[in-house]
Design a protein around this ligand. Structure first.
Ligand code: ATR
Length: 276
């Protein structure tokens, strides 16, 4: 049977094995999907051994997304822009193909599950680490009017804006970097891609960033997203956590490996009921 895994450290709490098992059952695909705990200094050797055992591919999670992209022989345009990969395909002739479905997963969740149309709107992306980098190009593809990347460390936001400048210009999207205090107001979508809540920090921007009818979206889920969603409600905005993005990025990875994209609605509903 074809083997896949989620490779990370830690991986024991990953929901990916359950999500992919549901996708496989639903689409009638025969495969196994396991958790691969990778020692922090042995990413390539561990993955090479997994590929040599006949595995077809894997998802990559914290903290290996950058290393996965660097180690690949072929890299998709969106992974190259993010300089990070969450999916690897082990190619039959040897070598790895790296892709990034985090951004397409976020966009699928925004468009199809949340029904949000961002064309011509203003968007604030908070954070400039790996999570933000993974979603910026697909967000620009939605043709918002303006995307502001706000980060505690300004030069990281500036670097991200610089790598995506041509991508944005080709699509007529204004792309700007800012700090957290001076990032403007009145956005239609405010996306939290920081690790602030994991470090015991609060929401690092003022409530004025939320425009009328805004959506506040945290790319995390569970307790890590709770503070941001409370903040959104306090300021009269609707909130959404990253569970939908989790399922949609998995569906895009599954499609890449198997050539068929699973239906996500039921799996997302099961996750929200706590069954996965
Ligand atoms: P990830 O892969 O989850 O994006 P990362 O690359 O370490 O992790 O990036 C973490 C992001 O959260 C960064 O944008 C970081 O800001 P800095 O670049 O200034 O470090 C942001 N972050 C982490 N803790 C934060 C806090 N307490 N307040 C504001 N931003 C924070």
């Amino acid at each position: 049977m074809d083997r896949y895994a989620v490779a990370g450290n830690p991986v024991e709490h990953s929901k990916s094995p359950d999500i992919h098992a549901r996708f496989a059952a639903q689409t009638g695909q025969a495969l196994t999907y396991e958790r691969l705990l990778v020692p922090l200094d042995r990413f390539e050797t561990t993955l090479r051994a997994f590929a040599a055992s006949g595995a077809k591919g894997c998802n990559v999670t914290v903290p290996f997304k950058f290393e996965a992209c660097r180690a690949a022989h072929r890299v998709s345009e969106r992974a190259r822009l993010a300089q990070a990969a969450n999916v690897l395909c082990f190619e039959p002739q040897g070598g790895w193909f790296a892709d990034n479905t985090d951004g397409s997963g976020l966009v699928a969740d925004l468009r199809h599950n949340a029904g949000v149309d961002l064309a011509g709107r203003d968007l604030l992306l908070i954070g400039a680490g790996g999570a933000a980098a993974g979603v910026l190009a697909p967000l620009i593809d939605l043709r918002p009017r303006r995307v502001v990347v706000a980060n505690r460390t300004l030069h990281k936001a500036q670097a991200l804006v610089q790598t995506h400048a041509a991508w944005a210009a080709e699509r007529d999207v204004t792309l700007q970097a800012s700090g957290l205090e001076d990032c403007g107001s009145g956005y239609a979508l405010v996306l939290n891609a920081t690790a602030s809540s994991l470090q015991g920090g609060g929401v690092p921007v003022a409530g004025r960033v939320l425009g009328p009818g805004a959506l506040a979206y945290d790319m995390m889920y569970g307790p890590a997203a709770a503070g941001f969603l409370e903040w959104a409600a306090e300021h009269g905005a609707s909130g959404r956590d990253g569970l939908g993005m989790l399922v949609e990025q998995a569906a895009d990875a599954f499609a890449l490996w198997r050539g068929v994209r699973p239906e996500t609605t039921e799996v997302l509903a099961a996750l929200r009921r706590g069954e996965v």
